[in-house]
Design a protein around this ligand. Structure first.
Ligand code: SF4
Length: 521
């Protein structure tokens, strides 16, 4: 029996590679597939595999599971010596059997042609005949979730194209420049199954979803029509966006599309060095148009550790990106992946990087390890305060005068994120006061209180913002007078001015204002 094994990074992920292979091969040779994740106990995983007594075990390897797979195949091989281990996936693409002592075969290129021929040769009792690494025709890909009970809470991945026309020097997809598409009718039929099953999140794994504009618009319109509760995640190249595509996205239901947009840097020398010589003005305009309509959830990526970008310059890229006020900004760190041009050029820029996955940069000629360490702290703060939208309005106000990157850098020396969130909020308030980040103390006090009550119960207010006895009485009186209209467990906030009006038009209307916050916890 041939057992396909997926080791995902989280339980909620689903692996399409093993599903494709299983559905393609199961009628040719006895096959099964199993799915695990790296957080499971290694012995539990090995035992589940061994229990099935496979003759062949095929495993997809990626940077996130490579170390797990290395240990797993040692256990498998030392337990049943005649089992044959077949490794595939991007993490072994540039390796040989010498790099993987316990593996018997390494599949380079696409797994589908290899395993089809492998199973045919086994069932016909003949030699393996496949030569080279042919591409697989996407029209012959089976629907990966066929005959499966759909779990709405898992993330479902879908592939409607392979390859990428761009050549970003740090990316493995740049090696597969021939873009191939699945027939549109097939795509519609298959994603409709996932929409009808109301999965929460459908992620297209297409490297550049909008590489073919007309096709992208058709899929977007289809999703607008048939998705009931499913959010659709797309990786978009912003320089390829135009009025039609933006219009299609900007007329969608709020939150239907989640767009992952790689900016990586705003520094032109850097972009040139990594072969991302895109029109940055156009990118800037396109992102602003998407932000302005606020229909799509925008996730913007930056990469620290690229050539020619030092700490100060990276902070400039970071400022520009944070000031879009997108839903999420991901500050990632360059990974020197096997087979990429940037890894071949490591000496040119004095790169030091981890020799094991995820091959992350340690330093280069432009960034010291100390800089990287500082950026890691800033990244954690951005994740906690900016992406989670804690203190969203307070930060927006602060960023009118202070550069966001300067703010996060200074904060990274002061705030220990390992502490409890209540302690952190307390410290943050004191920090904002100490450094006079919002000169008008009354505005700071009210904005901060507003942000906290939007997300947390009253007890989370910093000690300086806790309600006085008099204020508590006012809230009680308000609660009693409006007992019927106040939803259960909602929070009542007292403010010195109408904060929501202030946020929308900057007007400061005096007098006591009461606002209700529904319980979102
Ligand atoms: S980073 Fe994106 S655009 Fe660049 S080669 Fe990779 S997939 Fe293509």
């Amino acid at each position: 029996m041939l057992l396909f094994v997926a080791i995902n990074s989280r339980y909620i992920h689903t692996n399409i590679a093993v599903r494709y292979l299983y559905h393609l091969c199961k009628d040719i040779y006895p096959c099964q597939f199993l799915e695990f994740n790296i957080n499971q106990d290694l012995n539990d995983v090995a035992f589940e595999i061994l229990k099935r007594k496979p003759r062949y075990v095929g495993i997809s390897t990626y940077i996130w599971n490579s170390l797990f797979v290395r240990r797993l195949i040692e256990v498998i091989k030392k337990t049943i010596r005649d089992v044959k281990i077949i490794l595939g996936g991007p993490e072994v693409y540039f390796d040989t059997l010498e790099d993987w002592r316990y593996a018997d075969f390494i599949v380079k290129g696409e797994g589908e042609p290899f395993f089809l021929e492998f199973c045919r040769s086994l069932s016909e009792g003949r030699e393996f005949l496949l030569k080279g690494y042919p591409y697989f025709d996407l029209k012959d890909l089976p629907f990966p979730y066929r005959d499966e009970k759909i779990d709405q809470n898992k993330i479902y991945y879908y592939e409607s194209s392979r390859g990428c026309p761009f050549r970003c020097s740090y990316c493995l997809s740049s090696l597969d420049r021939q873009v191939r598409f699945s027939p549109l009718e097939k795509v519609f039929d298959e994603i409709r199954v996932l929409f009808d099953a109301q999965v929460k999140l459908l992620k297209f794994v297409d490297r550049t979803f909008n590489v073919n504009k007309e096709r992208a618009i058709k899929i977007i319109e289809f999703a607008k029509r048939y998705s009931k509760n499913t959010q659709v995640h797309l990786e978009i190249e912003p320089s390829l966006l135009d009025e039609d595509l933006i219009e299609a996205l900007n007329t969608s239901k709020e939150g239907l599309f989640r767009l992952e947009i790689g900016i990586q840097s705003f520094k032109l020398d850097t972009l040139k060095a990594i072969d991302r010589d895109f029109d940055m003005e156009r990118i800037d305009k396109n992102i602003k148009k998407l932000i302005e309509k606020n229909r799509c959830i925008l996730h913007l990526d930056l990469i620290a550790g690229l050539p020619y970008e030092d700490f100060k310059e990276f902070k400039r890229s970071l400022d520009k990106t944070l000031l879009y006020f997108a839903n999420e900004v991901q500050l990632g760190f360059l990974k020197m992946l096997k087979g990429t041009r940037i890894r071949d050029e490591a000496r040119l820029y004095d790169y030091e990087y981890l020799s094991f996955p995820p091959y992350e940069v340690i330093s280069n000629r432009f960034l010291s390890y100390e800089d990287i360490y500082r950026l890691k702290h800033m990244e954690a703060l951005i994740e906690r305060l900016y992406n989670k939208r804690t203190l969203f309005w307070t930060l927006r106000y602060i960023f009118r005068r202070f550069s966001p990157s300067e703010f996060f850098e200074r904060l990274s020396y002061e705030i220990d994120l390992k502490k409890d969130i209540r302690e952190i909020l307390d410290e943050l308030y004191r920090y904002f006061v100490r450094y006079n980040l919002i000169e008008d103390r009354n505005i700071l006090k009210n904005l901060f209180r507003y942000d906290i009550l939007k997300m947390y119960p009253e007890e989370y207010l910093p000690s300086e913002l806790k309600y006085s006895q008099e204020e508590k009485e006012k809230i009680n009186t308000y609660r009693k007078a409006n007992a019927r209209s106040i939803p259960r467990n909602s929070r009542v906030g007292l403010f010195d001015f109408d904060v929501e009006k202030f946020i929308s038009n900057g007007s400061l209307e005096g007098g006591g204002f009461t606002l209700l916050f529904p319980n979102t916890l």
